[in-house]
Design a protein around this ligand. Sequence first.
Ligand code: SAH
Ligand code: SF4
Length: 362
Amino acid sequence: MHNIYGYTLEELKSLFSPSFRAKQIYNWLYICYENEFDKMENLPKSLRQELARDYSAKNLDLIKLEESNDGTKKYLFKTFDGHTFESVFLKMKDKKKNENNQVIEGEKYTFCLSSQIGCKVGCTFCFTAKGGFVRDLSVGEIVEQVVILKRDNGLAAHKRVNIVYMGMGEPLHNLANVAKAIKILSELDGLSISARRQTISTSGIAPRIKELGELNLGVQLAISLHAVDDALRSRLMPINKAYNIESIINAVKEFPVDARKRVMFEYLVIKNINDDLNSAKRLLALLNGIKAKVNLILFNPHEGSEFERPEIDRVKKFADFLIQRGLLATIRESKGIDISAACGQLREKENNGNFNVRARKK
Ligand code: SAH
Ligand code: SF4
């Protein structure tokens, strides 16, 4: 059984003739969110039967959904081979100007997707790392997360969403699948989420950043930097021993950045570890000459973690220091913190079958 969400429009055109059938299938899958081939009325019965026999549009089982009081939702999915992973739906207030130049309040949706089940990188502060690595997600499994989140939240096809690959896994360790998913998500006959609205967050695998740049997808890049010196970064992220800060900065300097965009540097602020102004000063020097923005993330402690959450005043001082010197810096809102659903803070709760499941129709 093949996952139907794993195919580009071109691929479907070559699989089904006449080629306009591919567009019709895309329309059912990505505009109508239909996941039963039998209901795809404008397809001939024989094609519907062929699709149902060889393909599936229901590959992920939604087994648990948690909703935070700020509207953030955490989805726990089960794969066909029995593994679980999570995606997060984030809703933020957004101010836009309408045609009369009036400011109107809108909503902005961001989907935080997983790219792997578990992760090989093993950062010492990360929940995902605790469970080790299971496997890469397939192209279809990456794309299907978006379809389910859009459908479940009643977001019509034309509603804009942003994608961040900041759930479970290291996207650059699954680059081929993530790159193809980015293309499928951006198909104009489908979900039409332009690559500019999709951000890959990486722990900094320098040669893969180069490869990603060479693919010229137009995707946004975020680097999980977290430390300004190699000794500390290697303690937080052992992968730094293979790809140190200098190698990452060099790779970023060669990365094709959209003229309107910046490379995001994520900096996980940890109490008494990297929250001092001297670190801010070194960060400023390190990013000199790069079109960068810094996103300060407050470390979210978890059971057994050796690190602590920083004081918000110190984080604000850190941010102000950068801003006053001309570097764009923001503090990431800890959305969904009551359900530990902020990006990168996902972890399967004890999977002993006793989920507090809210029954959901697929
Ligand atoms: N593997 C990729 C993407 C997934 S992690 C990466 O590391 O960039 C997404 C983000 O969440 C990363 O910046 C990661 O460092 C951060 N993160 C992980 N654990 C966290 C925690 N306990 N508190 C706050 N942020 C965390
Ligand atoms: Fe993997 Fe990212 Fe977690 Fe590091 S922070 S272990 S790279 S998911």
